[in-house]
Ligand binder design. Structure first.
Ligand SMILES: *Cc1c(COP(=O)(O)O)cnc(C)c1O
Length: 424
């Protein structure tokens, strides 16, 4: 190991605290985390010069590949002008343009306003706070609860966490945050009386953290219908599914659904900078007009950061210049056919779940039983795949495969080959 690598690991193990990580294990002698030092296209390099395909798009963020010349140039151009100024009291050209372009993905008079924040959790927090304050200002202050789906994931700040349905993350914080009812199905939702419900929150088309589990087709449109009938707001968390991942720009477009709130983050800047957006309707926005106390008192220091906006606008341009969406169907079907072959070769693959360019590969014992959790089988497979040039993470025993959208057919094949060599 190079001397630099050793020093970085020592400094990290002495001082850093990693997300979702058992630190005792991370810092244990003999654990040598990869130090990622460079990226280009769908590939990452570590400090030892080894190269890996970015199999989970750097935790679901990267869209057009790393160090994309157009996105880099846009950030650099903005860097030469100013890195950050306040969106509280001022505006700037790129935020104005970005908000306009985001709304233009939706029909006139639907989603018309954009509130910028920093990451997926805060995009969801904004939607929740707006939804509750909207009810206060429209004569329905008791309508202050939310409904979320079992096993859903909407972020880790307390408001977003109160929606979370993944027990192992959120159970211990149950009595903090919003009052949330969790339902597993639409039928369970329909059984609730809507009088106290401000909004229902869902990851459309596919639940990510829930081991990549797609919803049944048509479910989202039916949910929209129920919301229309009951006056409950539909809050779509497209933090993962947004920006082409499912094959359309936004997952809701597959079922021609327009939400009352749309939460975007991860892929918004192409995966280059932390930035988020909450889109909402003119009707909701209008309830915040008038007296001072009607304003939405919410914001973060880096709201609408100009570098983030520059990256986001450049990413939207790349969607056009590289015809990213038009080229996806071929990649999506290549991924399906290669995954089907992989499954036929490895009895340990229990199920392949795919939605667009997002795939989950669930591993179980050949008799169909789950592996004991303590065995951490999925982790072992991902660890093995590194030696074959693929970097990804499992969720429990489901291997996530969702490389950047720019990944070529040959690169898809190489990711599958790495798994083929790593699976028993
Ligand atoms: C990642 C994710 C979030 C949280 O986003 P952060 O940027 O990590 O705060 C929220 N919702 C969904 C569906 C996500 O995948």
């Amino acid at each position: 190991m190079r001397e630099d690598t050793r020093r970085w690991i020592e400094q990290d193990q002495a001082r850093c605290w990693h997300p979702f990580t058992r630190q005792a294990e991370w810092c244990a002698r003999g654990h040598e985390p990869l130090v990622i030092t460079r990226g280009e296209g769908s590939w990452l390099w570590d400090s030892e010069g080894r190269k890996y395909l970015d199999g989970n798009s750097s935790i679901w963020t990267n869209i057009h590949g790393h160090a994309h010349p157009a996105i880099n140039a846009a950030i650099l151009e903005q860097l030469g002008k100013i890195s950050h100024s306040s969106f509280l009291g001022f505006t700037h050209p790129l935020a104005a343009e970005l908000a306009t372009r985001l709304c233009a993905f939706f029909p006139e008079n639907t989603l018309e306003r954009v509130f910028f924040s920093d990451d997926g959790s805060t995009a969801v927090e904004c939607a929740l706070k707006m939804a509750v304050q909207y009810r206060m200002q429209t004569g329905a202050p008791d309508r202050n609860q939310f409904v979320a789906f079992s096993n859903g994931y909407h972020g880790d700040t307390l408001g977003a966490a109160s929606l979370g349905g993944v027990g192992r993350f959120f159970e211990r914080f149950r009595n903090t945050g919003y009052r949330v009812r969790h339902v597993a199905t639409l039928d369970e939702l329909r059984a609730l009386s809507p009088e106290e419900i401000a909004g229902v929150v869902i990851e459309p088309l596919i639940q990510g953290v829930n081991e990549m589990r797609p919803w049944r087709g048509g479910m989202l449109a039916e949910l929209r219908e129920w919301c229309d009938e009951t006056g409950v707001h539909l809050i779509l968390d497209e933090v993962m599914t947004g920006f082409g991942r499912t094959g359309r720009m936004f997952a809701c477009q597959h079922e021609e659904v327009i939400p009352d709130f749309l939460c975007l983050a991860k892929g918004l800047t192409g995966g280059y900078l932390p930035m988020a957006a909450t889109l909402t309707t003119g009707k909701i926005y209008d309830a915040f007009l008038g007296d001072a106390e009607k304003a939405f008192y919410y914001g973060h220091s880096y709201t609408a950061n100009p570098l983030g906006c520059a990256a986001a606008l450049a990413s939207l341009d790349v969607f056009e210049t590289e015809k990213t969406l038009a080229r996806l169907p071929e990649k999506i079907s290549r991924l399906s056919s290669r995954l089907a072959t992989l499954k036929s070769r490895h009895p340990v693959i229990h199920e392949i779940r795919q939605c667009g360019f997002i795939a989950g590969i669930e591993l179980r014992r050949p008799d169909g039983e789950k592996f004991p959790l303590g065995e951490r089988f999925g982790e072992a497979i991902c660890q093995a795949a590194r030696a074959h040039g693929l970097l990804t993470r499992p969720i429990l025993d489901t291997i996530v495969l969702m490389p950047p959208l720019r990944t070529s057919l040959e690169e898809i094949d190489s990711a599958i080959a790495a798994l083929d060599s790593s699976l028993p």
